[in-house]
Design a protein around this ligand. Structure first.
Ligand SMILES: [Zn+2]
Length: 376
Protein backbone atom coordinates (compact mmCIF):
# COMPACT_ATOMS: atom_id res chain seq x y z
CA UNK A 1 0.00 0.00 0.00
CA UNK A 2 1.27 3.47 -0.85
CA UNK A 3 1.92 6.11 1.78
CA UNK A 4 -1.05 8.05 0.44
CA UNK A 5 -3.33 5.32 1.79
CA UNK A 6 -2.89 6.68 5.29
CA UNK A 7 -4.06 10.12 4.24
CA UNK A 8 -7.70 10.72 5.09
CA UNK A 9 -10.48 12.73 3.49
CA UNK A 10 -9.98 16.46 3.30
CA UNK A 11 -6.28 16.28 2.52
CA UNK A 12 -4.98 17.60 -0.76
CA UNK A 13 -4.63 14.50 -2.88
CA UNK A 14 -4.32 14.26 -6.66
CA UNK A 15 -6.88 12.53 -8.88
CA UNK A 16 -5.82 9.59 -11.00
CA UNK A 17 -6.61 7.39 -13.96
CA UNK A 18 -4.67 4.15 -14.25
CA UNK A 19 -5.09 1.34 -16.77
CA UNK A 20 -3.23 -1.52 -18.46
CA UNK A 21 -0.62 -0.41 -21.00
CA UNK A 22 -2.34 -2.39 -23.75
CA UNK A 23 -5.83 -3.82 -24.08
CA UNK A 24 -6.51 -6.20 -26.96
CA UNK A 25 -9.97 -7.57 -27.93
CA UNK A 26 -10.32 -10.10 -30.71
CA UNK A 27 -10.86 -13.70 -31.77
CA UNK A 28 -8.56 -16.72 -31.88
CA UNK A 29 -5.56 -15.16 -30.16
CA UNK A 30 -4.27 -18.25 -28.30
CA UNK A 31 -2.79 -19.90 -31.41
CA UNK A 32 -0.69 -16.81 -32.06
CA UNK A 33 0.01 -15.81 -28.48
CA UNK A 34 3.80 -15.81 -28.64
CA UNK A 35 3.74 -12.88 -31.09
CA UNK A 36 1.72 -10.83 -28.57
CA UNK A 37 3.94 -11.77 -25.63
CA UNK A 38 7.41 -11.67 -27.18
CA UNK A 39 7.78 -7.84 -26.94
CA UNK A 40 7.82 -8.39 -23.15
CA UNK A 41 10.13 -11.42 -22.95
CA UNK A 42 11.27 -14.61 -24.71
CA UNK A 43 10.83 -17.04 -21.81
CA UNK A 44 7.25 -17.02 -20.55
CA UNK A 45 5.94 -18.63 -17.37
CA UNK A 46 2.21 -19.38 -17.67
CA UNK A 47 -0.07 -19.86 -14.64
CA UNK A 48 -3.17 -21.59 -16.04
CA UNK A 49 -6.52 -22.72 -14.72
CA UNK A 50 -6.82 -26.49 -14.65
CA UNK A 51 -9.41 -26.67 -17.44
CA UNK A 52 -7.22 -24.87 -19.97
CA UNK A 53 -3.68 -25.84 -18.97
CA UNK A 54 -3.43 -28.66 -21.56
CA UNK A 55 -4.96 -26.55 -24.35
CA UNK A 56 -2.70 -23.60 -23.47
CA UNK A 57 0.40 -25.82 -23.44
CA UNK A 58 -0.54 -27.44 -26.76
CA UNK A 59 -1.88 -24.49 -28.78
CA UNK A 60 0.00 -21.65 -27.07
CA UNK A 61 3.14 -23.78 -26.65
CA UNK A 62 3.20 -24.50 -30.40
CA UNK A 63 3.30 -20.79 -31.18
CA UNK A 64 6.34 -20.42 -28.88
CA UNK A 65 8.09 -23.41 -30.45
CA UNK A 66 7.43 -22.07 -33.94
CA UNK A 67 9.04 -18.75 -33.08
CA UNK A 68 12.03 -20.27 -31.23
CA UNK A 69 10.88 -18.91 -27.84
CA UNK A 70 10.42 -20.76 -24.55
CA UNK A 71 7.31 -21.22 -22.43
CA UNK A 72 6.47 -23.16 -19.24
CA UNK A 73 2.86 -24.01 -18.30
CA UNK A 74 1.87 -24.54 -14.65
CA UNK A 75 -1.54 -25.41 -13.20
CA UNK A 76 -3.06 -22.92 -10.73
CA UNK A 77 -3.86 -24.40 -7.33
CA UNK A 78 -7.38 -22.93 -6.79
CA UNK A 79 -6.70 -20.12 -4.28
CA UNK A 80 -4.84 -16.81 -4.61
CA UNK A 81 -3.11 -17.14 -1.25
CA UNK A 82 0.36 -16.09 -0.17
CA UNK A 83 1.41 -19.76 -0.30
CA UNK A 84 0.28 -20.10 -3.92
CA UNK A 85 2.01 -16.85 -4.91
CA UNK A 86 5.27 -18.04 -3.28
CA UNK A 87 5.02 -21.44 -4.99
CA UNK A 88 4.74 -19.81 -8.42
CA UNK A 89 7.59 -17.39 -7.71
CA UNK A 90 9.89 -20.35 -7.06
CA UNK A 91 8.81 -22.18 -10.21
CA UNK A 92 9.10 -19.07 -12.41
CA UNK A 93 12.64 -18.53 -11.15
CA UNK A 94 13.52 -22.15 -11.73
CA UNK A 95 12.32 -21.77 -15.34
CA UNK A 96 14.38 -18.60 -15.80
CA UNK A 97 11.23 -16.78 -16.93
CA UNK A 98 11.35 -13.12 -17.98
CA UNK A 99 7.59 -12.62 -18.42
CA UNK A 100 4.64 -13.97 -16.42
CA UNK A 101 1.33 -14.85 -18.10
CA UNK A 102 -1.93 -15.63 -16.31
CA UNK A 103 -4.62 -17.63 -18.16
CA UNK A 104 -7.85 -18.25 -16.28
CA UNK A 105 -10.27 -16.74 -13.79
CA UNK A 106 -9.79 -13.80 -11.43
CA UNK A 107 -7.83 -15.64 -8.78
CA UNK A 108 -5.42 -17.11 -11.33
CA UNK A 109 -4.87 -13.68 -12.86
CA UNK A 110 -4.36 -12.10 -9.44
CA UNK A 111 -1.77 -14.76 -8.63
CA UNK A 112 0.03 -13.99 -11.93
CA UNK A 113 0.02 -10.26 -11.13
CA UNK A 114 1.41 -10.80 -7.63
CA UNK A 115 4.03 -13.30 -8.83
CA UNK A 116 5.23 -10.86 -11.52
CA UNK A 117 5.30 -8.00 -9.02
CA UNK A 118 7.48 -9.86 -6.51
CA UNK A 119 9.76 -11.16 -9.27
CA UNK A 120 9.91 -7.70 -10.92
CA UNK A 121 8.78 -9.07 -14.29
CA UNK A 122 6.20 -7.87 -16.85
CA UNK A 123 2.80 -9.56 -16.74
CA UNK A 124 0.33 -10.46 -19.49
CA UNK A 125 -3.25 -11.26 -18.51
CA UNK A 126 -5.50 -13.54 -20.57
CA UNK A 127 -8.88 -13.99 -18.84
CA UNK A 128 -10.92 -17.08 -19.77
CA UNK A 129 -14.05 -15.79 -18.08
CA UNK A 130 -15.46 -12.27 -18.16
CA UNK A 131 -16.60 -12.52 -14.56
CA UNK A 132 -14.68 -9.87 -12.58
CA UNK A 133 -12.72 -6.62 -12.64
CA UNK A 134 -9.51 -8.51 -11.90
CA UNK A 135 -7.85 -8.48 -15.37
CA UNK A 136 -7.16 -4.75 -15.79
CA UNK A 137 -6.57 -3.60 -12.21
CA UNK A 138 -3.30 -3.15 -10.34
CA UNK A 139 -4.71 -4.99 -7.36
CA UNK A 140 -4.41 -8.55 -6.20
CA UNK A 141 -6.98 -9.78 -3.71
CA UNK A 142 -5.23 -12.18 -1.38
CA UNK A 143 -7.30 -14.84 0.36
CA UNK A 144 -6.41 -17.27 3.13
CA UNK A 145 -5.80 -20.87 2.07
CA UNK A 146 -9.37 -21.48 3.30
CA UNK A 147 -10.83 -18.89 0.92
CA UNK A 148 -11.60 -16.01 3.28
CA UNK A 149 -10.75 -12.44 2.24
CA UNK A 150 -7.33 -11.56 3.64
CA UNK A 151 -6.13 -8.27 2.13
CA UNK A 152 -5.82 -6.12 -0.98
CA UNK A 153 -2.28 -6.10 -2.35
CA UNK A 154 -1.79 -2.75 -4.10
CA UNK A 155 0.68 -3.15 -6.98
CA UNK A 156 2.71 -0.22 -8.36
CA UNK A 157 1.38 -0.69 -11.90
CA UNK A 158 -1.37 -2.29 -13.98
CA UNK A 159 -0.74 -5.32 -16.19
CA UNK A 160 1.48 -4.69 -19.21
CA UNK A 161 -1.14 -6.22 -21.48
CA UNK A 162 -4.66 -7.62 -21.16
CA UNK A 163 -5.93 -9.91 -23.92
CA UNK A 164 -9.69 -10.45 -24.26
CA UNK A 165 -10.15 -13.39 -26.63
CA UNK A 166 -13.86 -13.24 -27.45
CA UNK A 167 -14.03 -16.86 -28.67
CA UNK A 168 -12.77 -18.14 -25.32
CA UNK A 169 -14.83 -15.68 -23.24
CA UNK A 170 -18.09 -16.37 -25.11
CA UNK A 171 -17.70 -20.12 -24.74
CA UNK A 172 -17.29 -20.04 -20.96
CA UNK A 173 -20.30 -21.09 -18.86
CA UNK A 174 -22.94 -18.35 -19.01
CA UNK A 175 -22.96 -18.08 -15.21
CA UNK A 176 -19.50 -16.45 -15.35
CA UNK A 177 -20.56 -14.03 -18.07
CA UNK A 178 -23.58 -13.04 -15.96
CA UNK A 179 -21.37 -12.63 -12.87
CA UNK A 180 -19.21 -10.18 -14.85
CA UNK A 181 -22.32 -8.24 -15.73
CA UNK A 182 -23.14 -8.10 -12.01
CA UNK A 183 -19.67 -6.81 -11.14
CA UNK A 184 -19.91 -4.31 -14.03
CA UNK A 185 -23.39 -3.13 -12.99
CA UNK A 186 -22.07 -2.00 -9.62
CA UNK A 187 -19.06 -0.06 -10.94
CA UNK A 188 -20.98 3.11 -11.79
CA UNK A 189 -22.87 3.26 -8.49
CA UNK A 190 -19.73 2.80 -6.44
CA UNK A 191 -17.68 5.29 -8.50
CA UNK A 192 -20.53 7.79 -8.22
CA UNK A 193 -20.63 7.39 -4.43
CA UNK A 194 -16.86 7.66 -4.16
CA UNK A 195 -16.81 10.76 -6.38
CA UNK A 196 -19.53 12.40 -4.30
CA UNK A 197 -17.63 11.75 -1.09
CA UNK A 198 -14.29 12.74 -2.66
CA UNK A 199 -13.12 9.39 -1.32
CA UNK A 200 -10.14 7.26 -2.26
CA UNK A 201 -10.07 5.30 -5.53
CA UNK A 202 -8.20 2.00 -5.82
CA UNK A 203 -4.93 3.81 -6.51
CA UNK A 204 -5.49 5.52 -3.14
CA UNK A 205 -5.91 8.85 -4.89
CA UNK A 206 -9.02 10.91 -5.61
CA UNK A 207 -11.57 9.62 -8.17
CA UNK A 208 -11.10 11.25 -11.57
CA UNK A 209 -13.79 12.38 -14.01
CA UNK A 210 -12.57 9.86 -16.55
CA UNK A 211 -12.91 7.09 -13.94
CA UNK A 212 -16.53 7.98 -13.28
CA UNK A 213 -17.08 8.51 -17.03
CA UNK A 214 -15.81 5.02 -17.88
CA UNK A 215 -17.98 3.59 -15.10
CA UNK A 216 -21.03 5.34 -16.58
CA UNK A 217 -20.15 4.09 -20.07
CA UNK A 218 -19.87 0.61 -18.55
CA UNK A 219 -23.37 0.81 -17.05
CA UNK A 220 -24.91 2.14 -20.28
CA UNK A 221 -23.14 -0.50 -22.38
CA UNK A 222 -24.52 -3.22 -20.10
CA UNK A 223 -28.06 -1.79 -20.19
CA UNK A 224 -27.92 -1.65 -23.99
CA UNK A 225 -26.24 -5.02 -24.68
CA UNK A 226 -26.55 -7.43 -21.74
CA UNK A 227 -29.74 -9.19 -22.81
CA UNK A 228 -28.82 -9.91 -26.48
CA UNK A 229 -25.30 -10.83 -25.31
CA UNK A 230 -26.63 -13.41 -22.83
CA UNK A 231 -28.68 -15.06 -25.59
CA UNK A 232 -25.55 -15.41 -27.74
CA UNK A 233 -23.41 -16.70 -24.86
CA UNK A 234 -26.05 -19.34 -24.10
CA UNK A 235 -25.24 -20.66 -27.58
CA UNK A 236 -21.49 -20.10 -26.97
CA UNK A 237 -21.38 -17.53 -29.77
CA UNK A 238 -19.62 -14.19 -29.97
CA UNK A 239 -21.65 -11.31 -31.43
CA UNK A 240 -21.29 -7.51 -31.49
CA UNK A 241 -23.30 -7.36 -28.26
CA UNK A 242 -21.03 -9.96 -26.65
CA UNK A 243 -17.92 -8.03 -27.66
CA UNK A 244 -19.44 -4.80 -26.26
CA UNK A 245 -20.27 -6.47 -22.94
CA UNK A 246 -16.77 -7.97 -22.78
CA UNK A 247 -15.24 -4.54 -23.33
CA UNK A 248 -17.53 -3.21 -20.58
CA UNK A 249 -17.00 -5.94 -18.00
CA UNK A 250 -13.27 -6.39 -18.54
CA UNK A 251 -11.98 -2.92 -19.45
CA UNK A 252 -14.56 -0.23 -18.59
CA UNK A 253 -15.50 -1.83 -15.29
CA UNK A 254 -11.93 -2.59 -14.23
CA UNK A 255 -10.48 0.80 -15.12
CA UNK A 256 -13.67 2.58 -13.99
CA UNK A 257 -13.49 0.92 -10.58
CA UNK A 258 -9.79 1.53 -10.15
CA UNK A 259 -9.91 5.19 -11.17
CA UNK A 260 -13.42 5.93 -9.87
CA UNK A 261 -13.30 3.96 -6.63
CA UNK A 262 -15.36 1.33 -4.83
CA UNK A 263 -17.87 1.89 -2.03
CA UNK A 264 -20.53 -0.09 -0.15
CA UNK A 265 -21.28 -2.88 -2.65
CA UNK A 266 -17.74 -4.31 -2.61
CA UNK A 267 -17.31 -3.73 1.12
CA UNK A 268 -20.47 -5.76 1.74
CA UNK A 269 -19.20 -8.42 -0.68
CA UNK A 270 -15.98 -8.68 1.32
CA UNK A 271 -17.99 -9.09 4.51
CA UNK A 272 -20.05 -11.82 2.82
CA UNK A 273 -16.92 -13.90 2.16
CA UNK A 274 -17.07 -14.79 5.89
CA UNK A 275 -20.36 -16.68 5.37
CA UNK A 276 -19.34 -20.32 4.78
CA UNK A 277 -22.47 -21.26 2.80
CA UNK A 278 -21.65 -18.52 0.23
CA UNK A 279 -18.08 -19.69 -0.51
CA UNK A 280 -19.05 -21.20 -3.83
CA UNK A 281 -20.90 -18.08 -4.95
CA UNK A 282 -19.22 -16.01 -7.70
CA UNK A 283 -17.67 -12.65 -6.79
CA UNK A 284 -19.99 -10.79 -9.19
CA UNK A 285 -23.05 -12.57 -7.77
CA UNK A 286 -22.28 -11.46 -4.21
CA UNK A 287 -21.38 -7.95 -5.42
CA UNK A 288 -24.78 -7.74 -7.14
CA UNK A 289 -26.47 -8.32 -3.80
CA UNK A 290 -24.05 -5.81 -2.26
CA UNK A 291 -25.28 -3.30 -4.85
CA UNK A 292 -28.90 -3.82 -3.82
CA UNK A 293 -27.88 -3.17 -0.21
CA UNK A 294 -25.93 -0.05 -1.30
CA UNK A 295 -28.99 1.26 -3.16
CA UNK A 296 -31.02 0.78 0.04
CA UNK A 297 -28.36 2.64 2.05
CA UNK A 298 -28.59 5.47 -0.52
CA UNK A 299 -32.38 5.33 -0.54
CA UNK A 300 -32.07 5.30 -4.33
CA UNK A 301 -35.03 6.35 -6.51
CA UNK A 302 -37.47 3.54 -7.28
CA UNK A 303 -36.77 3.66 -11.04
CA UNK A 304 -33.03 3.27 -10.48
CA UNK A 305 -33.57 0.27 -8.22
CA UNK A 306 -35.99 -1.28 -10.72
CA UNK A 307 -33.62 -0.74 -13.67
CA UNK A 308 -30.93 -2.65 -11.77
CA UNK A 309 -33.31 -5.41 -10.63
CA UNK A 310 -34.62 -5.85 -14.18
CA UNK A 311 -31.10 -6.44 -15.54
CA UNK A 312 -30.26 -8.82 -12.67
CA UNK A 313 -33.36 -10.89 -13.50
CA UNK A 314 -32.95 -10.70 -17.27
CA UNK A 315 -29.41 -12.09 -17.22
CA UNK A 316 -30.26 -14.74 -14.64
CA UNK A 317 -28.18 -13.41 -11.74
CA UNK A 318 -29.22 -14.42 -8.20
CA UNK A 319 -31.55 -11.79 -6.74
CA UNK A 320 -32.23 -12.81 -3.13
CA UNK A 321 -30.01 -14.31 -0.42
CA UNK A 322 -31.86 -17.56 -0.95
CA UNK A 323 -30.95 -17.43 -4.66
CA UNK A 324 -27.33 -17.08 -3.54
CA UNK A 325 -27.67 -20.38 -1.73
CA UNK A 326 -28.32 -19.19 1.82
CA UNK A 327 -30.49 -21.77 3.55
CA UNK A 328 -30.89 -20.05 6.89
CA UNK A 329 -30.47 -16.39 7.87
CA UNK A 330 -28.51 -16.38 11.12
CA UNK A 331 -28.60 -12.89 12.64
CA UNK A 332 -25.21 -13.23 14.30
CA UNK A 333 -23.56 -14.27 11.01
CA UNK A 334 -24.93 -11.22 9.19
CA UNK A 335 -24.11 -8.85 12.06
CA UNK A 336 -20.55 -10.06 11.51
CA UNK A 337 -20.83 -9.41 7.74
CA UNK A 338 -22.00 -5.86 8.50
CA UNK A 339 -19.18 -5.35 10.99
CA UNK A 340 -16.54 -6.62 8.56
CA UNK A 341 -17.87 -4.45 5.72
CA UNK A 342 -17.29 -1.35 7.85
CA UNK A 343 -13.70 -2.19 8.76
CA UNK A 344 -11.26 0.69 8.22
CA UNK A 345 -9.29 -1.17 5.53
CA UNK A 346 -12.38 -1.60 3.37
CA UNK A 347 -14.20 0.81 1.06
CA UNK A 348 -17.35 1.61 3.07
CA UNK A 349 -15.67 4.92 4.00
CA UNK A 350 -16.15 6.02 0.36
CA UNK A 351 -19.89 6.40 0.89
CA UNK A 352 -20.88 10.09 0.94
CA UNK A 353 -22.39 9.73 4.43
CA UNK A 354 -21.51 7.85 7.59
CA UNK A 355 -22.43 4.18 7.52
CA UNK A 356 -22.49 2.05 10.69
CA UNK A 357 -22.62 -1.77 10.94
CA UNK A 358 -26.22 -1.35 12.12
CA UNK A 359 -27.07 0.58 8.93
CA UNK A 360 -25.49 -2.17 6.82
CA UNK A 361 -27.33 -4.97 8.62
CA UNK A 362 -30.64 -3.14 8.18
CA UNK A 363 -29.87 -2.48 4.49
CA UNK A 364 -29.03 -6.15 3.88
CA UNK A 365 -32.27 -7.37 5.44
CA UNK A 366 -34.29 -4.71 3.60
CA UNK A 367 -32.58 -5.36 0.25
CA UNK A 368 -33.41 -9.05 0.60
CA UNK A 369 -37.04 -8.23 1.43
CA UNK A 370 -37.32 -5.91 -1.59
CA UNK A 371 -35.64 -8.50 -3.84
CA UNK A 372 -38.19 -11.12 -2.74
CA UNK A 373 -41.06 -8.94 -3.92
CA UNK A 374 -39.53 -8.86 -7.42
CA UNK A 375 -38.92 -12.60 -7.47
CA UNK A 376 -40.85 -14.59 -10.05
ZN1 LIG B 1 -15.57 -6.59 -8.25
Amino acid sequence: MTDTAILKKGTKLAKSVTSPKKFIVGKGILSNISSYISPFGDNAYFICDEFIVDQAAKVGGASFNASGKTATFEKFNYECSQNEIDRNRKLARLAGANVIVGIGGGKTLDTAKATAYYEKLPVVIYPTIASTDAPCTSITVVYTDEGQFDQYLYLPSNPDMVIADTDILASAPKRFFAAGIGDGLTTYFEARACYRSNGLNLANLRPSLIGVGLAKQCYETILRNAIPAMHAVEKKLSTTAVEAVIEATIYLSGVGAESGGLAAAHAIHNGMTAVPSLHRVQHGEKVTFGLLAQLVLENAPQEELEEVINIIKAVGLPLTLQDLGLTEFVDEEWRNVAELSCSVNDTMGNMPFEVTPDDVFNAIVTADAIAQTYHD
